[in-house]
Design a binder for this molecule. Structure first.
Ligand code: NAP
Length: 296
């Protein structure tokens, strides 16, 4: 049974998950590059580690949620990284959004040390992470999955098993392809509605009930109308994911023409300086082109 856990990466997603692990009474060790983010966890009884290598010593399970491939490279493979502290018999689980190929590279490195590895990315954002309502996908050994499932049930509302390592990472990119296209569709639709002089509150009332409705369209549409771009899922992370989807699709010769359009608008919005805002700030690139601002 898993009792001791290390969580590395206390950003938007990691901080919610680490809080819920404490609430579930696991003995928790935390590490974050910017050390001040560890302090609230120490006050609630977590141990603070100085390096990733120190963080992972002697715990049953090591979990991490990091920005991108570079962060995973540094925290897992770097000097004083996880691999220099972890030992045979421990379990490592990457919850970041990365390429399936990166998960396989992690698998290989851990396997050389007798460490079991799962890729376990998530859907949901800041609120779902804080409320333990994530939608979690897991790939790797079924036996190890069954061992960590009780932990994941403290973090999410669903847990889906995807078989071989890399498959959960692949599913995350499939889902984020759909997310990016929904966000692009919402932005294009709202700019067109504004240009057409429609009452935007009524537009959103229809979006909420019509057969094309989705929670993502509703929450982001309402935030755009309020001009609330406070960050749950940063625009620059969505651009990062678009780059991953492009690479992954290219590796399989799978066409993604619409994603390329969304990616171009994401790039424009980041170039305009909105990278740290919420992903729905994608609309700002289209607003600039259209010469309008979409608001209530
Ligand atoms: P975030 O708030 O930006 O946090 C990123 C974390 O990675 C922070 O702990 C950050 O440390 C750390 N980090 C970044 N670069 C690093 C480096 N070079 N070395 C060590 N640590 C580094 O991001 P997030 O929103 O929590 O997302 C985390 C992961 O989950 C990403 O892969 C993202 O795509 C994915 N995801 C996000 C959402 C969402 O809605 N936000 C949803 C599903 C999946 P510092 O605190 O020092 O910067």
């Amino acid at each position: 049974m898993i009792k001791t856990i290390s969580y590395l990466g206390l950003g938007t997603m990691g901080s919610g998950m680490a809080s819920n692990l404490l609430k579930a009474n696991y003995q928790l060790t935390v590490w974050n590059r910017s050390a001040e983010k560890c302090e609230p966890f120490a006050r609630k009884g977590a141990h603070i580690a100085e390096t990733p290598a120190d963080a992972v010593r002697d715990v049953d399970l090591v979990m991490y949620s990091l920005s991108n491939e570079q962060a995973v490279d540094e925290v897992v493979f770097g000097t004083k990284g996880i691999l220099s502290g972890i030992k045979a018999g421990q379990i490592a689980m990457d919850m970041s959004t990365v390429l399936p190929a990166t998960s396989l590279r992690e698998l290989e490195a851990y396997a050389k040390r007798g460490v079991d590895f799962l890729d376990a990315p998530v859907f949901g954002s800041k609120q779902e992470s804080a409320d333990a309502k994530l939608w979690i996908m897991v790939a790797g050994s079924k036996t190890i999955f069954e061992k960590v499932r009780p932990v994941l049930e403290h973090l999410g509302q669903t847990v889906h098993y995807f078989g071989n390592n890399g498959n959960a990472a692949a599913m995350k990119l499939v889902g984020n392809l759909i997310v990016a296209l929904e966000m692009e569709a919402l932005a294009e639709g709202l700019v067109l509605a504004q240009k057409a002089g429609l009452d935007l509150k009524t537009v959103m009332e229809v979006v909420k009930v019509a057969d094309f409705r989705s929670p993502l369209l509703v929450s982001n549409g309402q935030n755009i109308l309020k001009r609330d771009f406070s960050t749950s899922f940063a625009l620059k992370l969505m651009l990062k994911d678009a780059g991953l989807i492009e690479k992954f699709a290219a590796s399989l010769s799978s066409p993604i023409p619409a994603l390329r359009v969304a990616e171009k608008n994401l790039e424009s919005a980041v170039a305009l300086g909105f990278g740290k805002e919420n992903a729905c700030a994608l609309i700002k690139a289209l607003e600039k082109e259209a010469g309008v601002e979409v608001k209530e």
